[in-house]
Structures are given as C-alpha cells and as structure tokens.
Design a protein around this ligand. Structure first.
Ligand code: NIG
Ligand code: FE
Length: 405
C-alpha cells in the first residue's frame, strides 16, 4: 500500500533523467495523459496511466489538471535586509544599475541593511519569503550570500541559509558570494578585499556552502580577479558559479568554461565563442529573464545557446535590486515570450536543468520513479496553459517529499 496516491492527473508533464538536457533533448518532455503518481517514503515509487490505480493510505484527486515536478529556482539572493524601493525614482530618472552601485547604492545599500539585521531577523524574514515561494510552486532553491561583504556578515548570512535548510520545507543549496561587490571600506584597496576573501573568509565559508559565485562585471570583479577568487574557492572544495556577461561582454562565459564551473548565470552579453566553450565544457546556462525585464536590458540569446548545445536553466534571480520577484512563473512565461523557448524547453529549464545547476539532478527536477516526490498540481488543463497565462499564481496544490504543503 502506497503512502500517497495522486490520481486523476489530466496531463503529467516531466523531463526524465538525472542530468541536464541540452540541444533538442531539452524539448523532449514526457507527456502522460490520464495518469497517476504513487509515493512511498517521500519518493516517487510508481507512475502509471489508466483508471486502475494502486491502493494508498492517502489519495489526492488532481481533478484532471496539469501536474509537473516541483519548480527549482537555481539562482536567488533571498537573504537580505531591507528593500530598495527608494531606487525606483533614480532608475526612472535614467541612472544605470552600475552607476547606482558606483555611487554607493544598489548592492551596497542592501549590504548596509543586511549588516544592521540580526541573524534571527534575517532568518524570520527569509523563512516567510520561502513559504510564499513554496506557495508559488518552488520546492527547491539556491540562495547566495553576498550582502555581508565582511567576515562576520558573510558568515552570518551563510548561517541563516543553513538554518533555513533545516527549518524550511524546500531543499536549499548555499552559495558563498562574498565577491558580490567591493565593500565601501575597501573602496581604495581592492587587493585587500580580495585577500580577505581568499585568506580569511573562504576557509570558513567553505564549511557552510556548496558553491562559490563571483559577480564578474565592469567595475565589480575583473575576469582576472574572478579567476583568483574562484581558484581559491575550488581549493576549499566549493563548486563554481559565475555571474557572467550580465551587463558588459567581458568574457565571463568563456571563463566559466575555462574554470570548469557548474554554471554561468545571466549571460545577456555572452559572446559566440563563450557560448561555444560553455557547450564544450557542459557548463549550464542559468538565464534570468525577469532581470532583463526589470533592468530594461536585452534578453540573453537562449535559442542560440540551445542550438549550440548548451543546457539552459531559468531562474528568478530574486533579490531586492535587479529582480524583486520570487515567482518563478513570471520568468517561465518570459522564457517563451522573449527567449522563444517552447513550453517543454522552458519546463525542463525550471525543473531538471535547474536541479542540475545546483548539483541535485539525481533527486530533484523530475516526476519519475526514484526521484523525490516534489510535485505541483496546476490550475491548468495542459502544459501550454501554464506558460500562456501570466501574472497570477497558477498553483493548485504543492506536494513536497510526498506531503501536501
Ligand atoms: O544577479 N548582478 C549582481 N547581483 C544581483 C543583483 C543584486 C542586487 O542588485 O542587489 C543580480 O542581478
Ligand atoms: Fe544574481
């Protein structure tokens, strides 16, 4: 007898396998009509079609609706103090994202608020945000540090992420991003900050994180500095990620390939050569269309990346500056509208490929036997509908490790 049966599924749509899908494979989503999913001990133990269903202690009727794997948000900066609504008018008056940062605002404004907040305050705030994300279908996510930018404040943020790991419903991956900006105290001593990161923060942060990320960008960290920081991260056992070619094309995509990063993120301005190198080294592209929208920037060349054989994931980039939205359904629709991804490609991008970008494709990102029973029932009759409507929360029911949440 199963622990849980989800019956009467109208359309079950899921990518299959335990590694990222690239090229034409990204579009190869399994569609099973009139189907059911059985769960035992938090894992999917059977998937079938037809009206004869196995016995279970608990039954959920999916009412003929669409069912997919739970969404995986592979790129967020969800632990932060304050918000940045005061920058709205600066933006509207024409001040650029990097200009606001150079003037001590932007990321540095959130650094001030995050330093002021206690560990408990940050924990409570992000717990509440994670509950809302869950209600929007996000059953796993990555969270980056990078609003502390000092030994104590980066460790504080990473501790918060680790507490959230234990106390939230979601699976959470922690990324150390002390190289998110040069903090004010080191404005005239970049070298001093980089040494602080590699010599003092990294050894401690590496015990609290799985990944390290660097904002490789004009006026932030150069490709050379990025390389030094990520090489140090690798020595401490961290897997590598990069914010690459978001605003200016400075070779971040190629660098991600050269360093053997698991993923490169943003990539709005990634060059042909950089994309080719990523395909060869199987670096996953984590694309963030809601950030393009919000910064009023171009959209990454997702179709070209898929054609070149790069596995594409889509995430929110949830943060208080460039993407104050945690609802992954918005970037999912943008992926179709602006990137011209098919609904099937976009589904793979927010499930299996996103799970692969946080090194969890063995357990997450698919509704198939052996994977964790993280499942969303949508108020949608079919897969197209999920991407076609936008702006409203289309979740009907979220199931995490076999429990309705
Ligand atoms: O991914 N690009 C750098 N970091 C974030 C923005 C962080 C912020 O503005 O607070 C991003 O867009
Ligand atoms: Fe980001």
């Amino acid at each position: 007898v199963l622990d849980l049966l989800i019956k009467n599924i109208g359309v079950l749509a899921t990518p299959k396998g335990s590694s990222a899908k690239c090229g034409a494979e990204q579009n190869a989503v399994d569609i099973l009509q009139n189907s059911y999913i059985g769960v035992e001990e938090g894992l999917i133990s059977c998937v079938g079609a037809g009206s004869v269903v196995p016995d279970a202690r608990k039954v959920i009727d999916a009412q003929g609706l669409l069912v997919t794997p739970g969404l995986v948000d592979a790129h967020t900066h969800a632990v932060f103090g304050g918000w940045r609504q005061h920058e709205m008018e600066l933006k509207l008056s024409g001040m650029g994202y990097l200009d606001i940062l150079a003037a001590g605002g932007g990321i540095l404004s959130t650094v001030r608020s995050t330093r002021e907040a206690s560990e408990d305050e940050l924990f409570e705030k992000t717990s509440s945000l994670l509950k809302q994300m869950l209600a929007h279908g996000t059953t796993a996510c990555e969270i980056k540090s990078g609003y502390g930018l000092s030994l104590d404040d980066e460790i504080k943020q990473l501790k918060v992420i680790n507490r959230l790991k234990k106390n939230s419903k979601q699976d959470i991956a922690a990324t150390f991003m002390g190289a998110h900006a040069i903090p004010g105290e080191f404005k005239n001593n970049r070298e001093g900050y980089i040494r602080l990161l590699t010599n003092e923060v990294m050894p401690k942060a590496a015990k609290l994180a799985e990944f390290a990320d660097v904002f490789c960008e004009t006026g932030v960290f150069s490709p050379e500095e990025t390389k030094r920081i990520l090489n140090s991260a690798r020595e401490y056992g961290l897997k590598l990620k990069l914010h690459a070619d978001e605003i200016d094309p400075i070779g971040g995509a190629g660098l991600a390939a050269e360093l053997g990063a698991i993923s490169a993120e943003h990539l709005i301005q990634a060059s042909d050569d950089g994309i080719m190198a990523m395909a060869q080294q199987q670096v996953i592209a984590v694309l963030l269309p809601a950030t393009s929208l919000y910064l009023d920037k171009p959209f990454a060349r997702a179709r070209y990346m898929i054609e070149q054989g790069v596995a594409v994931a889509i995430s929110t980039d949830f943060n208080p500056g460039s993407s104050p939205n945690f609802n992954l359904q918005l970037p999912m629709s943008l992926a179709c509208i602006k990137y011209k991804l098919t609904p099937a490609e976009a589904l793979t991008a927010v499930t299996l490929n996103a799970a692969a970008a946080i090194n969890r494709a063995n357990l997450l990102g698919g509704a198939e036997v052996g994977k964790q029973a993280d499942i969303v029932i949508w108020n949608c009759p079919d897969l197209n509908f999920l991407f076609y409507r936008y702006g409203n929360n289309q979740v009907h029911t979220v199931i995490k490790k076999g429990e309705i949440v």
